[in-house]
Design a binder for this molecule. Structure first.
Ligand SMILES: Nc1nc2c(c(=O)[nH]1)N=C([C@H](O)[C@@H](O)CO)CN2
Length: 120
């Protein structure tokens, strides 16, 4: 299985458990690793035969605008489910960082893997 990568994608959203966080937009930083077979697209030089990282990046940013969760866990889980359903992604790893949430840390966040990763 091959992988399509999206690294350090900035996503603006309302997120957080504290009252003050419900009134502001914060920027999350996402890394996505998306399983697919790139061989058909490579053989035909055809964007329609692979995962379009530009289209997926736009969808992730729209997702951030559409939702306002409290937990980064909820954002990650719901986004992973949305991307897998809408783009037919069999397996993905999603790492979500919330910079500045803990001043002593560069970033905090979660990393999840969902779906089945085939061996071939
Ligand atoms: N595991 C989590 N811990 C915390 C979260 C979270 O989403 N998941 N969120 C907060 C606050 O919103 C924090 O980011 C504000 O600085 C605290 N802990």
């Amino acid at each position: 299985m091959d992988l399509v990568l999206i690294e350090a994608l900035k996503v603006d959203t309302v997120i957080g458990v504290y009252d003050w966080e419900r009134t502001i937009t914060q920027t999350l930083v996402l890394d996505l690793t998306l399983a697919t077979d790139i061989r058909p697209a490579a053989a035909n030089d055809d964007i329609a035969m692979t995962l379009d990282y530009a289209a997926i990046s736009e969808r992730v940013q729209a997702f951030g605008t559409e939702h306002s969760f409290e937990l980064v866990e909820t954002f990650a889980e719901r986004l992973a489910d949305t991307l897998r359903r809408e783009f037919g992604i069999p397996w993905l790893r999603l790492t979500l960082r919330k910079p500045g949430a803990v001043p002593a840390a560069t970033a905090v966040g979660v990393s999840i893997e969902r779906g089945e990763r085939s061996a071939s």
